[in-house]
Design a binder for this molecule. Structure first.
Ligand code: NDP
Length: 285
């Protein structure tokens, strides 16, 4: 009988990357599904990305995740892009399809799936996004492609914020608006979904919260945060006090991981196992 001692390889390239918890979640999923896959957490310096992407081909890796600072630069090493990744201009997941590297962005899709799981749909909704960085771009574009009516980008840096609003306005059916973030932001009364896509509240600064007038959050609004460490952010606590439905950043993290799992293996992902693993990692279970 012949045995196969070779594992299929996936992983993440980033710098810094030591504290990225994705590997634990993906490995738990591979084990649950009985798949002989390994997820490698690999530190790749900015200037070494080209060599690292060649290694993806040379090692016949099934795919790779990209995190800081590689999500935009990686585009020049890919053969094909998804529609969303092309509009967003950033890739967090690469799939190796028999030597052809396909780039996808699952951050925004994972976010949408996490909302949907809580019964929140974005179609025809008015959405306010705080922030205009990588996470905000992915979420804004996916919400727009999923049929949101209007997306307002609120950001301190005018150029970055205006660029994202213009991207939504010109490349999708949704209306894209920009508001410069100065002082305490008043959430418009007709907002359906409010999203914190900044890094405010991220560990170790867990006592920080985005500067908004929390009394303008209404109980009919859904409020979501991308920050997952710690997932019970002050932002979400303030929203919950006002009766809003809240969705934390762990859901997005698990759901984008599940989408990556399926892109690489072709199998359905055991999302529950992935969520539980993350919760354990963050000491919540
Ligand atoms: P970027 O550095 O690309 O963007 C950061 C954004 O936050 C910018 O718009 C910046 O505004 C804004 N910002 C930073 N500090 C403040 C502040 N004090 N007040 C107001 N705005 C501020 O980061 P990313 O988009 O990559 O990441 C953002 C967050 O999303 C991180 O916490 C990350 O962990 C999380 N994330 C979560 C994921 C998940 O699965 N849950 C997936 C991906 C990211 P300005 O432009 O004015 O500087």
């Amino acid at each position: 009988m012949s045995k196969n001692y070779r594992s299929e390889l996936v992983g993440v390239f980033g710098c810094p990357v030591d504290e990225n918890p994705t590997g634990v979640m993906e490995e738990a999923a591979f084990e649950k599904m009985g798949l002989n896959y390994r997820y490698l957490t690999i530190k790749v310096e900015k200037e070494d990305l080209g060599a690292a992407m060649n290694a993806v081909r040379a090692f016949g890796m099934k795919g790779i995740n990209l995190t800081i600072p590689h999500k935009v630069k990686v585009l020049s090493y890919l053969d094909e892009l998804s529609e969303a990744a092309e509009i967003i201009g950033a890739v967090n997941t690469v799939v190796n399809r028999e030597g052809k590297l396909f780039g996808e962005n699952t951050d925004g899709k994972g976010f949408l799936t996490a909302l949907k799981k809580e019964g929140i749909e974005v179609r025809d909704k008015k959405i306010v996004i705080l922030g205009a960085g990588g996470a905000a771009r992915a979420i804004g574009v996916e919400c727009a492609l999923a049929g949101a009516l209007e997306i307002t980008v609120v950001n301190r840096n005018e150029d970055r914020g205006m660029e994202l609003a213009a991207l939504i306005e010109t490349k999708t059916e949704a209306a894209g608006k920009f508001v410069k973030w100065e002082g305490s932001y008043q959430v418009p009364e007709d907002t359906d979904i409010l999203i914190n896509a900044t890094c405010v509240g991220l560990y170790p600064n867990v006592s920080d919260k985005p500067e908004i007038n929390y009394d303008t959050i209404m109980s009919r609004m859904a409020v979501s945060d991308v920050v997952f460490n710690d997932p019970n952010t002050l932002f979400l606590q303030e929203a919950a006090i006002r009766g809003a439905k809240t969705v934390n950043g762990l859901g997005m993290l698990a759901q984008q991981g599940a989408l990556n799992f399926t892109l690489w293996t072709g199998a359905d992902a055991p999302v529950g196992v992935m969520e539980d693993t993350l919760k354990r990692e963050f000491g919540l279970k």
